[in-house]
Ligand binder design. Structure first.
Ligand SMILES: [Zn+2]
Length: 249
């Protein structure tokens, strides 16, 4: 075993710095096992998203608690010794807070956030807390070795629609030039207020609630020192299209 990437303890809590493990291109190329534990990840942020080793569900990190959505979209608390092959976290400190008081679909929501973030070349951290008319989610399910390519996994992904729920939707907007490092555009996960359901968001209509955002200009990426990462093809020709298929709504 290689040493975990981070063994540092008691790190300063730097606000709105994005910390990420591995890259989206590696996940796409079936590098589904990382060397970072959730306990280590939480030293770098209390807000964010990702997935688990063996692609065992979608992850949301909300207020320092990691929840795991398995195939059936049901949330459970994840133990700190579980590992992640890909995650993005920050210590979120909202810079702008606005109230949304009328229904807003995904396109209008993203346009609103783009307008508030103003700068398309920085990352944005986004949190919406409130009521949803509808939210479509998907989750991935645990894979066995030899791992299939992610596009084969998502072709069989279970999807869910939740209507009239209250919850928290959070995640990041990544600048387009970072495609492959992360997911260009919006990547949001949702957790219902009862703490029971959620996953990777593919579409939604928000009804009303609080939108909080922050610009992120500081980032740190921990690349895995694993054999699988060393052997991965991280610059395939169809990278952008594949990521849109795998992660898009
Ligand atoms: Zn996701």
């Amino acid at each position: 075993m290689t040493e975990p990437v981070s063994q540092k303890k008691n790190l300063p809590r730097v606000k709105n710095r994005l910390y990420q493990t591995s890259t989206m291109a590696a996940l796409l190329d079936a590098v589904y096992d990382g060397d970072m534990t959730l306990d280590s990840l939480l030293e770098h942020g209390d807000f964010g998203l990702g997935t688990f080793n063996a692609l065992d569900g979608e992850m949301i990190v909300a207020e320092g608690v990691v929840k795991q959505f398995r195939a059936e979209g049901v949330a459970s608390s994840a133990s700190g010794d579980l590992k992640t092959p890909f995650a993005s976290v920050t210590f979120f400190e909202p810079e702008i807070t606005v109230t949304l008081d009328k229904p807003c679909n995904k396109e209008a929501f993203e346009a609103k956030v783009n307008e508030l973030l103003a700068n398309p070349n920085l990352f944005g951290a986004i949190r919406f807390t409130g009521e949803f008319e509808t939210v479509d989610t998907r989750t991935v399910f645990c894979q066995c070795k030899p791992y299939p390519h992610m596009l084969d996994v998502v072709a069989k992904q279970p999807t869910f629609t939740m209507n009239n729920i209250s919850g928290t939707m959070l995640g990041f907007r990544t600048p387009s030039y970072m495609q492959g490092i992360n997911v260009a555009g919006y990547h949001l996960h949702v957790l219902s207020d009862d703490g029971k359901h959620g996953g990777h968001v593919t579409d939604y209509i928000v009804k009303k609630g609080k939108l909080e955002i922050a610009r992120i200009s500081d980032l740190e990426i921990a690349l895995p020192r694993t054999k699988e990462f060393a052997e991965a093809d991280l610059s395939p020709e169809n990278l952008s299209e594949s990521i849109r298929t795998a992660e898009g709504g």
